[in-house]
Design a protein around this ligand. Structure first.
Ligand SMILES: C[S@@+](CC[C@H](N)C(=O)[O-])C[C@H]1O[C@@H](n2cnc3c(N)ncnc32)[C@H](O)[C@@H]1O
Length: 255
């Protein structure tokens, strides 16, 4: 089925679910904090409501001995959810985050990218992303003060290079950390273009423990992103099991 066909099917499915009063994807049971969080941190539309359900599943079942890694943190919504779920499930694995804090414009593929924010020729992209990064720092300091994530301002390719070399790096909270080691669960939500998402997955797989989980954002069947095409390929990968599509794909490295 082509992308248009998949999108039409998705719309039809949504309509049928609405008519019969059912939710088309699974969510966590009602939780006051997670509900309030959506209006407390920038990025409301960036975290699909089905993702926390899959994150919780992965956190409950991930193998011990590794860390949790997030590629693409934006203003901190998903990192705070990951931190909260780790705490709720009494898992002690440290959370690492990596973001390049790059502004991705709506029309970058059509024309030479402008230096300004979409629709605002008076707001520089660099200023906007500095605001998003500052917001990540502030929100994590508020909601994750007991155990701040180890968060790095870096492109993911460089981050994985340094992870492989076990280098010592300063994070956005001004602390120094040793990079490297096994990964128990990775949430991949950086650049969704096919080549980038594939490198993030390949790099993660080098360090993912057997039985470790990988959640690929914007990978639902009906989506047009490279990450959705990649997810379809991963469903046929001999070393990977598909755990669930809700509607984004949760994978597990075979033992
Ligand atoms: C969709 S947003 C992440 C949203 C976040 N996970 C949330 O739910 O709140 C994608 C993020 O990926 C970052 N990004 C884009 N390309 C990247 C790259 N090559 N390496 C690391 N981060 C990247 C962007 O700066 C942006 O903050």
């Amino acid at each position: 089925m082509n992308v248009l066909g998949a999108q039409t099917m998705q719309r039809l499915k949504r309509l049928v679910y609405k008519l019969i009063g059912k939710q088309e994807f699974k969510t966590l049971p009602h939780n006051d904090f997670l509900l309030r969080l959506r209006s407390s941190v920038i990025g409301e539309g960036m975290l699909h409501p089905g993702n926390p359900y899959l994150m919780d599943l992965a956190i409950r079942k991930m193998p011990v001995g590794g860390c949790v890694l997030e590629i693409g943190s934006y203003a901190g919504l998903s990192s705070i959810v990951l931190h909260y779920l780790l705490d709720q499930r009494q898992r002690k694995e440290p959370l690492y985050c990596c973001d390049a804090w790059i502004y991705e414009g709506y029309h970058d593929s059509e024309a030479p990218p402008s230096n300004y924010m979409d629709g605002r020729p008076d707001v520089l992209r660099t200023d906007f992303m500095a605001h998003i990064k500052a917001s990540f720092i502030q929100s994590n300091q508020l909601f994750c003060s007991r155990q701040l994530p180890c968060a790095f301002h870096m492109e993911s390719d460089l981050f994985f290079e340094k992870w492989l070399q076990n280098t010592q790096e300063n994070d956005v909270f001004g602390r120094s950390h040793h990079l490297g080691g096994p990964i128990s669960f990775a949430y991949i939500d950086g650049n969704h273009a096919y080549d980038y998402a594939r490198r993030d997955v390949e790099n993660t797989l080098k360090h993912l423990l057997p039985g470790g989980y990988m959640l690929l954002d914007d990978s639902a069947k009906h989506q047009q992103f490279g990450s959705a095409r990649l997810a379809q390929e991963l469903t046929r990968h001999p070393a990977i099991e598909t755990i669930q599509a809700n509607p984004n794909f949760l994978f597990r490295k075979k033992c």
